[in-house]
Each structure stands twice: as structure tokens, then as C-alpha cells.
Design a binder for this molecule. Structure first.
Ligand code: HEC
Length: 107
């Protein structure tokens, strides 16, 4: 009995694994297992562009940001101000984001 159950379980696992493998290999076969930057398993910091879309669109859209043109100091101050309003960013993330903002929406 136990053996039979375990056998069934093994078959189910193999089928599920096969389906998952098929699903993954379908649309994007050559994609590596690890994305080069963003989606991580927690703890690691995210890229500026990801942070921007993830943390800066809760209260307003990116329109405000795209219209802006600021120096690094101004972006630092802006990001700090948004954090004081409630934006959810660690200090490391604030620095990464300020660099990204300056490169993208610099003076
Ligand atoms: C908790 C809500 C909230 C979040 C999250 C937020 N903002 Fe804002 N933001 C505001 C409000 C409210 C205003 C308009 C009032 C003001 O300018 O102080 C604003 C205005 C702005 C402006 C226009 C004013 C200026 O200083 O040029 C920019 C640019 C901006 N935000 C950038 C950002 C960035 C970058 C992020 C991500 C770090 C962010 N915001 C996240 C609430 C937020």
C-alpha cells in the first residue's frame, strides 16, 4: 500500500515536473534560470528602474518623474522627501534609485 502510494506520488511529481518544464520551455526557451538583476529572492537590492516602477507609482504615476529634470542632489532630496511621505525604500535603494533617476532624468 505505502509503496503504491509513493509510486503514484512519484508519477504525479514527474508529470507535474514535465508540465512545468514544457510550460517554461515554450515561449522563452533560451532564457537563463537567473535574471541578471532584478527579481531576487529577498535581501538583495533591486535595480533602479525596477525600484522606480515598484515603489514610486503608489501615489502618483511616473508622469511627474518623467517631467522632472534634476541633479543628483535634487533627486536625493526628492527621494528622501518621498520616503518621508511614505515611499518604501531602504537607504541603499534610495541611493540606487537616485543614481538611476539622475542618469535618466538628469539636468
Ligand atoms: C507616499 C506617496 C508617494 C510615494 C510613494 C511617492 N511619491 Fe512622489 N509625490 C507624492 C506627492 C503627494 C507629491 C506632490 C506633492 C509634493 O510635490 O510634495 C509628489 C510629487 C513628486 C514629484 C514632483 C515634485 C518634485 O519634487 O519634482 C516627483 C518628481 C516625485 N514625486 C517623485 C517620486 C519618486 C522618485 C518616488 C519614488 C521614490 C515617489 N515620488 C514616490 C507622493 C508620493
Amino acid at each position: 500500500m505505502r509503496r503504491g502510494k509513493a509510486g503514484m506520488l512519484a508519477i504525479v511529481v514527474v508529470i507535474v515536473a514535465g508540465v512545468v518544464a514544457l510550460a517554461c520551455s515554450g515561449p522563452a526557451p533560451a532564457e537563463g534560470t537567473e535574471a541578471p538583476s532584478a527579481e531576487d529572492s529577498g535581501g538583495t537590492v533591486l535595480e533602479g528602474a525596477v525600484l522606480l516602477e515598484d515603489r514610486c507609482t503608489e501615489c502618483h504615476d511616473l508622469g511627474r518623474i518623467e517631467l522632472a529634470s534634476k541633479t543628483r542632489e535634487e533627486w536625493d532630496a526628492n527621494v528622501a522627501r518621498m520616503v518621508s511621505k511614505g515611499a518604501n525604500l531602504t537607504e541603499d535603494e534610495q541611493a540606487i534609485l537616485a543614481v538611476h533617476l539622475t542618469e535618466t532624468y538628469g539636468p
